[in-house]
Design a protein around this ligand. Structure first.
Ligand code: UDX
Length: 438
């Protein structure tokens, strides 16, 4: 099929390359010239495992191209909208400016029979509104909503082999059928592998996405709330999570207590979902998400307090090493990163923060030049009074006392992700602190 993908950020760039990898002919469109230049040259504009490989192979096949000119969607019959829906400045609502601008600038290039497919995470009600816009401007063109559930770090795998597909389609039966058939052709490979498919209405499709993220965020804040209780009772939240996780109804995944969730999705999506519920007069239904958010933010504060405590009551002029800046491993994404937030807060208290990360330094230093960034763990821990492990990159999980103890000022470590072996560190004479476990 001939496909266009409007918006080439974390979502769109991967989607475009993956669709080409699956055999479709794809053009990716973005207003950012530098991004398009990089993608067209086969370079990923951000760190995502597997993306450079499929950009190169799909690019070499001649099936993948990129452009800043919307007119280049010509010839495509399926148009994915994959632009961002960030949190609005000064509010919890989602900013739909980019989605509307994308649809508005696509409309002059649409023809009857085309299908516009929304992928961005939007407040419920957006798809129906945009469908009206599309069909009234271009009779015979339609819209479907097809939320994306990819995880950063696994984005290529999740796009090529998703764990489920959801189509939100028109209430008009014939239109729904045509849209479903088009999307079935786009996703033929995944469907042949028996990927579960839910075909539903627009509102449900939009709600599936935000509910999934709200559930995941709630699961993380639930275990972090239990960690708070474990912290004052001497319990061990990791063993507790293992034990409750054996119950298949609960499941062990997303029960890792630590410094909480961040990233471009979970934090802003739960806030926007709550804001949308309020607009709908149902604020009380999702009031618990405010608590989920508060528990999450409290984890960051807890780490800052712990550092100050370990430093004898004040952080001013004390050297602190931060290992990890990305919101999670295998990503260079620092959006709402708890690790970076903690580093910035400690810097604000006057600590001398030296931070490192395998991939996120460029992004972090562009946003927070006041921190001191170094390329290696050895340099980061130099003379540090406290070492903080905040993003569980594979190389940090493998860290042993002998790797860093020659350089540090004091043998103190905070394991913000509960990934180190406490006995090993204590045996080597370290003061070891973890999240919700002794
Ligand atoms: C998330 C959803 O998982 C994905 O389905 C959706 O499409 C986009 O949002 P992503 O933002 O890539 O994906 O990250 P995810 O793996 O969900 O992690 C989010 C945050 O939660 C990270 O900061 C991670 O460190 C944290 N987390 C995750 C925990 O603190 N504990 C856990 O047990 C799991």
């Amino acid at each position: 099929m001939k496909i266009s993908v409007i918006g080439c950020g974390y979502l769109g760039a991967v989607h475009a390359a993956a669709m080409a990898e699956l055999g479709h002919e794809v053009v990716g469109i973005d207003v950012d010239e530098r991004k398009i230049e990089a993608l067209a040259a086969g370079r990923a504009p951000f760190f995502e495992p597997g993306l450079p490989e499929i950009l190169t192979s799909a690019g070499a096949s001649g099936r993948l191209s990129f452009s800043t000119d919307m007119a280049d969607v010509k010839g495509a019959t399926v148009h994915f909208i994959a632009v961002g829906t960030p949190q609005k400045a000064g509010s919890y609502s989602a900013d739909l400016t980019y989605v509307d601008a994308a649809v508005d600038s696509l409309i002059p290039h649409l023809k009857s029979g085309d299908l516009v497919v929304g992928k961005s995470t939007v407040p419920v009600g957006t798809a129906a509104r945009l469908a009206d816009k599309v069909t009234s401007a271009v009779p015979g063109a339609n819209l479907a909503w097809n939320p994306e559930f990819l995880r950063e770090g696994f984005a290529v795998e999740d796009t090529i082999s998703p764990d489920r597909l959801v189509y939100g389609v028109s209430p008009v039966a014939e239109v729904a059928e045509v849209s479903t058939n088009i999307l079935n052709s786009v996703y033929a490979k995944a469907l042949a592998e028996e990927t579960p498919l839910v075909v539903t209405d627009y509102a449900t499709a939009e709600l599936v996405k935000v509910s999934a993220n709200a559930f995941l965020a709630t699961k993380i804040s639930f275990i972090n709330a239990i960690a708070e209780i474990a912290e004052v009772t001497g319990g061990n939240v990791t063993e507790l999570a293992d034990a409750i996780g054996f119950d298949a109804r609960i499941g062990r995944r997303f029960l890792n207590a630590g410094i909480g969730f961040g990233g471009g999705c979970l934090p802003k999506d739960i806030r926007a979902f709550g804001a949308r519920a309020e607009e709908l007069g149902r604020g009380e239904s999702l009031a618990f998400l405010k608590e989920v958010d508060s528990i999450n933010l409290r984890r960051r504060q807890h780490v800052v307090d712990l550092v100050v405590d370990l430093l004898g009551g004040q952080a001013f002029n004390k050297r602190v090493a931060v290992l990890g800046l990305a919101f999670k491993p295998d990503s260079d994404d620092i959006r709402d990163s708890p690790a970076l937030d903690i580093a910035v807060q400690l810097n604000g208290l006057g600590a001398i923060v030296t931070a490192t990360d395998p991939e996120a330094i460029a992004n972090a230093s562009a946003k927070h030049p006041q921190l001191h960034f170094v390329p290696s763990v050895a340099e980061a821990v130099e003379q540090a009074e406290v070492v903080l492990l905040l993003t569980e990159w594979k190389e940090y999980r493998a860290l042993l006392p002998a790797d860093i103890e020659a350089g540090v000022g004091s043998k103190r470590i905070i394991d913000g992700r509960n990934v180190l072996d406490s006995a090993t560190w204590r045996a080597a004479g370290w003061e070891y602190r973890a999240m919700g476990r002794p």
